[in-house]
Design a protein. Structure first.
Length: 483
């Protein structure tokens, strides 16, 4: 049975209203904080109480501990005491209770694997339970049913911190038997890489557009050596695993869509204070000879049927991957300098907000570019190649022609087009479905804002013109000045 391990910070909002109250005392003798002016708290708007944890489950080694936050949602109008119960208190220890109220919807604690012997391993669960909420006469809340006990469960596993390894004979070689297609969308390794896998969404083989993938053979191999960046900033969580495509040229560019990878890991080897945000996926390949951390999609730890663990994630690159964690995870704090300035922009203004804000990142607390260009170099290249493309040069009138959406372009989830076939998202676009006249005006505005994509005139009077002309040249002002 798969059990995902995700780490998510949750922000709780306080309900607004127009009432104030005096402090009250619950049946348990706990003090209820008074409402501030403009606040209200009405438990009747939330018929159920949800108790959840950050992280949602934990894995730790014998003798180690993990920080956990329990969260009550919604906030409790009246203070309550929650009880903590372990299925097996000989394996780990945790607090026996905690108090919650309107100002304290969370409680931080440590789960400790007390015994340091390698045999002190196994699984258990921590259950946090709240009694029914009492009646509230000021809001008309009649109280929860007497048999209502709200509970949340935290799965816990104690296992040795031994890292998984692999050997050169593990994995599978590229061959006809490893072909992935609509009838076989997943490939798994063997030996020490039995839980390593490569999976392609079945729809990728069924499509006929630019996001389609043709059937291909693939391989999974043990890299043999770690690919962590030097300097000791990262600790490995498992071996480096290489995923090989049938066509070597696929190693030189990203694919047009992401594939799903799994690689062996041991979450128990994470530093005590580490969270999912400290995780790094290190990558190396033909285009990245030295290992480096790269962005991936949907990373999560998943327990396998044999009770070993993998890191599952999505990425558009073939190459070598290794899971790692920051060595100083959770032990470093930073002072934040607030400027009380922010910048937001929409469409072209979004591009301006991104360009100016990223160039002067230390001058703003937050940036909000809502659409628009943020990489002018890429945009002007895209305009040249596609928005204004699709024509054969006079020197080669019989050049190769492509369908508008199938021009050679190895950019993940990118759509190609040409001058006669501009691309618009189905349903009228994603924020703007512009006519050719609108696009022409936008091209001119881009040029005025960021410089002519064909060059930058050195004359400050005409910076929007190509290199060469002067503002004094007769043809520039036009009109009667032209002989």
């Amino acid at each position: 049975m798969k059990r995902p391990l995700r780490f998510t910070w949750v922000a709780l909002a306080l309900a607004g209203g127009c009432s104030t109250s005096s402090p009250s005392t619950s049946d348990a003798g706990l003090f209820a904080p008074p409402l501030n002016p403009g606040e209200s708290c009405d438990p009747s708007v939330a018929p159920q109480v949800v108790i959840h944890f950050d992280p949602e489950s934990i894995v730790l080694a014998p003798g180690e501990q993990r920080p956990v936050r329990v969260i009550i949602d919604p906030d409790l109008c009246e203070p309550e005491t929650a009880t903590f119960t372990l299925d097996d208190d000989s394996l780990v220890s945790a607090p026996q209770s905690a108090n919650f109220d309107l100002r304290h919807p969370t409680y931080d604690f440590n789960v400790v694997a007390e015994k340091s012997t390698s045999t002190a391993v196994g699984t258990t669960k921590l259950t946090v339970t709240l009694p029914p909420r009492p009646a509230n006469t000021s809001t008309g809340f009649s109280g929860d049913p007497a048999n209502a006990h709200w509970a949340g469960t935290l799965p816990i596993e104690v296992r040795p911190a031994t890292l998984p390894t692999c050997a050169g004979s593990d994995g599978v070689a590229v061959s006809a038997g490893t072909q992935l297609s609509a009838s076989k969308v997943a490939l798994k390794g063997n030996g020490g890489l039995a839980n390593a896998s490569l999976t392609v969404p079945i729809g990728a083989f069924q499509r006929t557009d630019e996001l389609a993938i043709t059937p291909f053979e693939a391989g999974i191999a043990c890299n043999g050596a770690d690919i962590l960046p030097p300097g000791g900033a990262y600790l490995k969580l498992g071996p480096a695993v290489t995923f090989q495509p049938q066509d070597p040229s696929w190693n030189t560019h990203s694919l047009k869509r992401e594939l799903q990878f799994t690689i062996p890991v041991n979450p128990a080897a994470m530093p005590t204070a580490a969270r999912m945000r400290h995780l790094a996926v290190i990558y190396s390949g033909v285009m990245a000879h030295k290992g480096r951390a790269i962005p991936v999609a949907n990373p999560q730890f998943i327990e396998q049927p044999d009770h070993d663990w993998v890191l599952q994630f999505e990425a558009p690159w073939f190459g070598t991957y290794q899971a790692a964690v920051l060595a100083n995870a959770g032990t470093v704090s930073y002072s934040r300098h607030l400027t009380h300035r922010a910048m937001i922009g929409i469409s072209m203004g979004g591009g301006g907000a991104a360009l100016m804000g990223l160039r002067h990142w230390d001058q703003f607390d937050a940036l909000g570019p809502l659409g628009g260009l943020s990489d002018l170099t890429w945009l002007t290249w895209d305009i040249e190649q596609f928005k204004l493309g699709g024509f054969c040069p006079a020197s080669n009138p019989s050049c190769t022609k492509y369908a508008p959406n199938l021009y050679p372009l190895w950019e993940t989830f990118a759509h190609t087009e040409d001058f006669d076939h501009w691309f618009f998202q189905p349903g009228g676009g994603t924020g703007g479905n512009f006519s050719r006249g609108d696009w022409t005006q936008m091209f001119e505005d881009f040029t005025i804002m960021a410089g002519n994509p064909n060059g930058q005139n050195a004359d400050p009077a005409i910076p929007f013109m190509v290199v060469g002309p002067k503002s004094t040249d007769p043809f520039v002002p036009g009109g009667s000045a032209v002989p």
